[in-house]
Design a protein around this ligand. Sequence first.
Ligand code: FA5
Length: 339
Amino acid sequence: MTAVPLESFCADLERLRGDAEAAFQSVADAAALEAFRVEFLGARSGRLKAIQKSLGGLEVADKPAGGRYFNDAKNAITACLEAAQARLAEAAGGVETGSIDVTLPGTLVPLGHVHPLTRTIRRVQEIMGRLGFESVDGPEVEDQWHNFEALAISAEHPARDPLDNFYLAVARGADPLLLRSQTSTVQIRVMENREPPLRIVSLGRVYRPDTADATHYPMFHQVEGLLVEPGTTMSHLKSVLRLFASSFLGGDVRVRFRPSFFPFTEPSVEVDMEWGGRWVEMGGAGMIDPAVLEAVGYDPDAISGFAFGLGVERIAARRYGVDDIRDFYRNDVRFLRQF
Ligand code: FA5
């Protein structure tokens, strides 16, 4: 077999190198780039591979020079490929691989943070936990027993009006289920299943078809507190609420209890807190009505307790100086970043 002359071997390499440079410089998209990579540098049938095979046909004396020519051409073609890859990545908005300076200081990745309402809920749980109140959950889809009847809210009571509730097209027995309108449902669920003494707090969503304004939203959160222990009186209720308010809002907060009415507490009060020279209603409270204690199977002559329910959006607004609770739900990051 006649040996391959070194000149023709080098001429083939030069031609290949010229073709590859032209191809990689003009390539305009990733698919074409890949096609050229296979054509020139493909490991099995690439054009460079074909020339590499002819390296074995050189005269023994020419082989070292042929090998150097081959390696130079291979490096040059590979560099053309890498330059084309970087050019396309940059055009696509990527980072040019060769341009990363690893000695530069890193930049902080912006992290999200907990929503102010979630933070409020956790803080309330923590404060109440220190007062011995265990956190419990209840379902958001409720039946009429837990949302109304066990709470002594009779069938005729306006609170059951379809215009004031989100009744569902799903029923349990004859009664349609509803999205709970208050967390007082959880008082009943806990008392039905446990014996006193009880100290629980329950925070969660409630739903009412209220028109949204600065202090109302159709979906909002309540914090429900319940304490059932022999000898409980109204003064215990007032002390717990004052302690909670000063822990959550600061020692200078003023709390006011106004006589009121709830079917499930007797006596009942509205709990107001002062905010910017105004009194804002934060919730309701009272001593558990004997009818409720009976409904859950307790003896009202042997046991007493208190309950309260506060609006989480309202206490959060008071805490963070927010004038309009709708801001909690607008998802405007300029607002949320402030917390
Ligand atoms: C109740 O829901 C009673 N379950 C509270 C209670 C619990 C009384 C235990 C006695 C014993 P009321 O409807 O007033 O009460 O609501 C309580 C609080 O929820 C209000 O004071 C207010 O802070 C908040 N709230 C009521 N409606 C809305 C609304 N649409 N948007 C935001 N907050 C609301």
